[in-house]
Design a protein around this ligand. Sequence first.
Ligand SMILES: NC(=O)C1=CN([C@@H]2O[C@H](COP(=O)(O)OP(=O)(O)OC[C@H]3O[C@@H](n4cnc5c(N)ncnc54)[C@H](OP(=O)(O)O)[C@@H]3O)[C@@H](O)[C@H]2O)C=CC1
Ligand SMILES: CC(C)=CCC[C@@H](C)[C@H]1CC[C@H]2C3=C(CC[C@]12C)[C@@]1(C)CCC(=O)C[C@@H]1CC3
Length: 345
Amino acid sequence: MATRVRPGSKRCAVIGGSGFLGRHLVEKLLDRGYSVSLFDIRQSYELPGVTFHQGDLCDKQALLSALKDVSLVFHCASPAPSSDDRLLFERVNIQGTQTVIQACLDAGVQKLVLTSSASVVFEGTDVKNGKEDLPYAKKPIDYYTQTKIEQEKLVLEACNKPKGFLTVAIRPHGIFGPRDPQLVPTLVDAARRGKMKFIIGDGTNLVDFTYVENVVHGHILAAEHLRADSPICGKPYHITNDEPIRFWDFMSEILVGLGYAAPRFHLPYTLVYGLALLLWLLTWILHPFMSFKPTFTPMRVALAGTYHYYSCERAKEHLGYKPVVSLKEGIARTVASYPHLRRGA
Ligand SMILES: NC(=O)C1=CN([C@@H]2O[C@H](COP(=O)(O)OP(=O)(O)OC[C@H]3O[C@@H](n4cnc5c(N)ncnc54)[C@H](OP(=O)(O)O)[C@@H]3O)[C@@H](O)[C@H]2O)C=CC1
Ligand SMILES: CC(C)=CCC[C@@H](C)[C@H]1CC[C@H]2C3=C(CC[C@]12C)[C@@]1(C)CCC(=O)C[C@@H]1CC3
């Protein structure tokens, strides 16, 4: 039987703490007086107040040493969506999350905050002001999303007040900010290869992009509101910037900020989606002989050509959430943080 860690203890663990979101979360937790046990498959930095544990989250023994004396766990580890590796997603996001839950129960952890994704309800067609009561996608757009759905269900169903184990899921969308290895680098790489001249569709589709510090703020609010008498136990919460923007305006602001031209010419959505599907099929057929990663995957085209923005009213009401950094400021800070990706650098 696990010994319960003293409630209110300011020692927490961040699984996936070496990653983009994880590191921003760790830094904010330290600012707020927490000490952090960081668990990740790789180490990317060192900080006073952080104890690093290297391991795979599918390994319960390795997790248990990181969860010693910890009352609160943030789980924000996942393979990158671009890996498109079904077996890896299933192993880490599904079986690995079961292992995380079991390790938390064995170690006497009281609160588990999962980083889920608003994409768990996205099927490649428009979502406008989507609320948390939308059903999970029946046809998720990729393996990443499919396993994020299973992962969220596992964590929310594990919430057990009599056992003193409380869980909550944060669903961010389109996280961006300094040190993001995905959005800005992919965009700049495409621009440098002359692939960012075109707007997919009519360019009016609104989307959420969420500055990383707002996502961190949502996670910490959720952790601090997670008590047996609170309505948030076992529930998911959208966390966004609450400022939907046209997908192509956002991309253009980043590109122009870094010295590249904004996309100008329009291409029909269905044509580009069809071509992306064909290319995906070709790479799948040819993958035993050659490895090739297309920039315009069906998932990216669907995200670039449809509406997908979400209501964060529930987070405002239950968590007192309000974005702490505006979209304009978030874009300016992000652009300033990538001097090495500027045109000509
Ligand atoms: N970025 C976004 O726009 C969004 C992200 N999310 C979610 O937010 C979370 C964080 O994403 P983000 O910071 O962008 O991702 P990152 O890839 O930057 O961070 C994830 C971290 O988890 C590590 N990791 C992967 N597999 C394992 C494993 N088996 N055991 C231990 N650690 C592992 C990664 O290591 P390595 O790099 O070596 O794989 C990495 O350090 C994820 O759960 C993601 O699904 C949700 C919505 C939007
Ligand atoms: C069309 C094109 C080449 C755009 C370049 C930017 C893209 C790499 C990003 C635009 C929207 C982003 C996004 C994610 C990853 C990066 C983008 C596709 C996620 C899939 C990351 C993980 C999630 O949970 C959902 C995100 C939605 C938005």
